[in-house]
Design a protein around this ligand. Structure first.
Ligand code: NAD
Length: 492
């Protein structure tokens, strides 16, 4: 897709409740374009009263519309139509996504949108697949479990892939017959509104998918604590995930799904078939979206005999990237979401260097002369398990390098004390690959690749403090259902 002029895109700054845009809220937040720092909209913050209005509206829609009761294939048909509308809306939706987020227009149009639409189609296909089970009881009883929707599910999502993450929440929730009230990130609030508008156009009853805008402390917290919310599904940082879990417990125990942060290793053995291909895979895993990806492969663990050569290749590949605004089609290195986030990233890099780490390449911001926040793809060597760059999620284009002699050392280094979201293993030895796949404590292990494919059937989610439960796959669909047990006694 071509580039676009950001000043020609207008946004509707509102909430979306009951099938229409709703103004109102306690105050406003400035929303900036990460590519040039321009303040392009003021976002209304939904207070507890407005959140209450959105949840009540969704509850009414859940109870009074046919959404939960209609033939599941009818729900599926509407969801498929929604997916088609999203895909067909590329000229509006892709620039809207690119404008305020870090997603370059080419990626937003060529990947995010089709991935969002196909994810919704994937869940539409589940709508009539899981209804429950018949239990093996004595012959004069009939026991069954009936799968039922929860009611209204509250969703809170981050800024890094606004449309895609929303589809992972709303797709399975709606396919299973639930209603949803979703709060996007206050940094990327607008594309999701358009998505909600298209849902109504596709035939999703008004109120089944409501969107409330605002910050986490006011709007997000009020949503998670609302008694009308039956379950909360969250994607974001581990710290916020813990706060949400506490809020859910304090407000009367609710089920939670938490997709949280990561510090994922990429383990490279000297026997890889194609060193160049592996180097490109490793580089992509830390520079896609400028490393602002939950599963970013931020810890390279490479066999000593090829380490220097491999780091050299990585540096050369990093140098090929072209930083630029998200509205320029040639951009291959996107901005950091905000200058504050960029300073945080740089702080971790500089403190690690002060602790003895060595900056081999990168290590500072890139000035584009336009107020945008960009950071050089960075390689840190001479690091150990106690340094900040190894311990903490950086969420930027920064990769640390540790070396090993043998498999046992590789496995020990791959293990992280806190996180367990994903891992990559690169080797020509299938036995070794499978030993590591078993051995590494992570929710996903990729062998000789890194990153998700369009296989929506494979779930994603973390071990340890990287999360609870799964997005994607059958698991995410089932997580949007609760089970009722029914026992019929027809004995004489
Ligand atoms: P964040 O935790 O700061 O914010 C995420 C969302 O939570 C935002 O909408 C925010 O407004 C809201 N929020 C903040 N405090 C809240 C509170 N007390 N109550 C309710 N809501 C609150 O995360 P972020 O900076 O937007 O996103 C980056 C993080 O998300 C990284 O840690 C990344 O790893 C993680 N992430 C994880 C996955 C995954 O699938 N595991 C995917 C994408 C991002």
């Amino acid at each position: 897709m071509q580039g676009f002029d950001p000043d020609r895109i207008s946004v509707r700054s509102a909430h979306f409740i009951g099938g229409r845009y709703v103004e109102g809220g306690s105050n406003t937040i400035d929303v900036k374009r990460p590519s040039d720092g321009v303040n392009y909209a003021g976002l209304p913050v939904a207070d507890a009263d407005l959140v209450d209005q959105a949840v009540q509206d969704s509850r009414n829609a859940f109870k009074n519309s046919d959404w939960a009761r209609c033939a599941p294939r009818e729900r599926a048909r509407i969801l498929r139509r929604w997916a088609d509308l999203i895909e067909a809306d590329v000229k509006t939706l892709a620039p809207l996504e690119a404008l305020g987020s870090t997603r370059p227009i080419r990626d937003a149009a060529g990947w995010d949108l089709p991935f969002t639409a196909e994810g919704i189609r994937f869940y539409a296909e589940w709508a009539d697949k899981i209804g429950g089970e018949v239990a093996s009881t004595r012959a004069d009883h009939l026991g069954m479990t009936i799968a039922e929707p929860y009611g209204v599910i509250g969703a809170v999502v981050p800024w890094n892939f606004p449309l895609v993450t929303t589809s992972w929440k709303v797709g399975p929730a709606l396919a299973a017959g639930n209603a949803m009230v979703l709060k996007p990130s206050e940094m990327t609030p607008f594309s999701v509104l358009r998505m909600a508008e298209l849902a109504v156009e596709a035939g999703v009853p008004k109120g089944i998918f409501n969107v409330v805008q605002g910050d986490g402390r006011t709007t997000g917290d009020a949503l998670c604590r609302h008694p009308g919310i039956a379950k909360v599904t969250f994607t974001g940082s581990t710290r916020t995930g813990a706060a949400i879990m506490a809020a859910c417990a304090e407000s009367g125990t609710k089920a939670v799904t938490l997709e949280l942060g990561g510090k994922s290793p990429q383990v490279v053995f000297a026997d890889v078939h194609d060193l160049e291909k592996t180097a490109r895979t490793v580089a992509r895993a830390i520079t896609t979206n400028a490393g602002q990806v939950c599963v970013a492969g931020s810890r390279l663990i490479v066999q000593k005999s090829i380490a220097d050569q491999f780091v050299e290749r990585l540096s050369a590949i990093f140098a090929e990237l072209k930083p630029g605004s998200t509205w320029e089609p040639e951009t291959t290195l996107c901005p950091i979401i905000s200058s504050r986030e960029m300073e945080r990233i740089d702080g971790i890099v500089q403190r690690t260097a002060a602790q003895g780490g060595r900056i081999v390449t990168g290590g500072q911001g890139i000035s584009m002369g336009n107020g945008g926040a960009f950071y050089q793809p960075t390689i840190l060597t001479d690091v150990d398990q106690h340094m900040e760059a190894i311990r903490n999620e950086i969420f930027g284009p920064v990769i640390s390098v540790q070396t090993f002699d043998d498999e046992a050392q590789a496995l020990a280094l791959a293990d992280h004390p806190d996180y367990g979201l994903a891992a990559g293993v690169h080797t020509a030895d299938i036995g070794r690959a499978l030993r590591l796949a078993r051995g590494i404590e992570a929710g996903t292990v990729w062998i000789n690749r890194y990153g998700r494919t369009a296989d929506f059937v494979i779930p994603t989610g973390g071990y340890k403090r990287s999360g609870i439960g799964k997005d994607l796959g059958r698991q995410a669909y089932e997580a949007n259902l609760r089970t009722k047990s029914v026992l019929v006694d027809f004995s004489e």
